[in-house]
Design a protein around this ligand. Structure first.
Ligand SMILES: [Zn+2]
Length: 78
């Protein structure tokens, strides 16, 4: 049986056989962290996901006026 170290809390845990490359233990806090990292990763990789994060964007673009006009002009083909 394999023992791994949780990437969130650092405690050793036994990964589920059906979950490949499990890196977090079953603590709710660590599962939240896993979800958070997965979401952050997806957001970094997917422009669609990024665009759907409307609230964050609205707030961010309010602080960065003019950025999106410039961005859209430069990335018009996408
Ligand atoms: Zn953990």
């Amino acid at each position: 049986m394999t023992i791994r170290q949780c990437k969130a809390c650092g405690n050793p845990f036994t990964p589920w056989p059906q979950t490949k490359n499990q890196q977090f233990c079953s603590n709710p806090g660590c599962q939240n962290e896993r979800r958070r990292r997965k979401q952050a990763k997806r957001r970094r990789e997917s422009p669609i996901m990024r665009e759907s994060d409307a609230l964050y964007f609205k707030d961010w673009s309010a602080k960065n006026p003019g950025y999106w006009q410039k961005y859209r002009a430069e990335h018009a083909s996408f």
